[in-house]
Design a protein around this ligand. Structure first.
Ligand SMILES: *Cc1c(COP(=O)(O)O)cnc(C)c1O
Length: 376
């Protein structure tokens, strides 16, 4: 059996090696390392794939979120609502810009931000909402956009984990995750669903003015060469990464199908198990399974993960500490117990290997080993 990994980037690479190697070599031959044709080519392909007017490539997903917020002309003290159950980057950029992160709890089934909790958290200082499409499933964007419209708020989608996911509206139409809010952000970190071989990110919008502003922000706030009208940042996607992403984007739907097939296998093996809750697919989004995350019930999660370790099966906890309990983010506004769903999830979830290369033998071995622990 092939060695188990949370993500198997090497096997994936070997399937597309000639295309990838050719793409990298072309960039080296051209020496157009910064903002070369490879970046523009990938940008156009991604705009077309997502059905969005503007893609702005940048250096990573965290920068994408920061640039999005810098483009909104928010001022210190403005409140930005986001989820208490996410990777730190989401709240980090809010805090860095001296905006006030306002955390809200999540839905226990989908792990995504709860629209009712968003409404309760709105104050006269609220300016934006940042839903995170956690683990590959789009948050309930229709409800979130209605709330935003009612209160005149910006919506920035943190789509670092759900690129390629479709969201279905009540009228039967669909849009890609990250293209529904005013701005969408993604990461091309190697382990993400569309990952490059280093760091990368992108911002999406259908708004011409926001796109123009964000292109200025990522380029040192420069409007005319060496004339800086804004304080910006330097955030670029490099050409070699763009060449890799162009190749991988053509495979993204096929990759999502592989991930979904692995998830189906896990679902079937663990269905109706008294000690495991399989991830809920709530029907409004096709899950692209960045992670396959189970909720344990009435078992010792640590002992399970240790047992899997003895069988050389990696398992991870995303995320062990809710944002309001992170040392750097402790805030007198919040205390343990304020976000009971998030806190419960951080104590009970674990994720199994999930990637595009899992085969039947590996999936059988993983599921049998988990069941062996539970039935012992
Ligand atoms: C990965 C990730 C980020 C940050 O992306 P980087 O490219 O590592 O900066 C932000 N938010 C979420 C939800 C992520 O999963």
């Amino acid at each position: 059996m092939k060695k188990l990994q949370m993500v198997d980037l090497r096997s994936q690479y070997l399937h597309i090696k000639p295309e990838i190697d050719r793409g990298i070599q072309e960039v080296i031959d051209s020496c157009a390392f910064i903002n070369g044709p490879a970046v523009n080519g990938f940008q156009k392909d991604l705009e077309q794939y997502l059905g969005v007017k503007h893609v702005i490539p940048c250096a990573n997903g965290t920068d994408a979120l920061q640039v999005a917020m810098m483009a909104l002309n928010l001022v210190p003290g403005d409140e930005v609502i986001t989820t208490s159950f996410t990777f730190i980057a989401t709240a980090e950029v809010i805090a860095l810009l001296k905006l006030t992160p306002v955390l809200v709890d999540v839905d226990p089934g989908t792990f995504n931000i709860d629209p009712k909790a968003i409404e309760r958290a709105i104050t006269p200082k609220t300016k934006a909402i940042v839903p995170v499409h956690l683990f590959g499933q789009t948050a309930p964007m229709e409800e979130i956009m209605e709330i935003a419209a009612k209160h005149n708020l910006f919506v920035i989608e943190d789509n670092c984990q759900a690129i390629g996911s479709d969201y279905y509206f009540n009228d039967g139409t669909a849009k890609k995750a990250g293209t529904i809010g005013h701005i969408g952000c993604t990461s091309f970190f190697p382990s993400k669903n569309l990952g490059c071989y280093g760091d990368g990110g992108a911002i999406f919008t259908n708004d011409d003015d926001l796109a123009k502003q964000m292109r200025v922000v990522v380029n040192h706030g420069m409007t005319v060469r060496y004339y800086h009208d804004y304080i910006g940042v330097n955030s670029r996607l490099d050409s070699i990464q763009a060449a890799i992403l162009k190749v991988k984007l053509a495979h993204l739907d096929e990759y999502a199908a592989s991930r979904r097939a692995a998830a189906d296998f896990y679902d079937e093996a663990f269905k109706n198990h008294p000690h495991l809750k399989t991830p809920v697919r709530y029907g409004k989004s096709n899950h692209v399974f960045h992670q396959y995350t189970l909720v344990t019930e009435g078992i010792d999660r640590k002992a399970l993960i240790e047992f899997l370790g003895t069988k050389e099966i990696p398992a991870m906890i995303y995320y062990p500490v809710p944002l309001h309990m992170q040392k750097a983010y402790l805030d007198p506004r919040y205390k343990p117990g304020d976000f009971p769903v998030t806190e419960h999830l951080s104590e009970t979830v674990f994720s199994l290997p999930m990637h595009t290369e899992l085969d039947h033998e590996q999936l059988t071995y993983i599921t049998q080993s988990v069941l062996e622990f539970l039935n012992q």
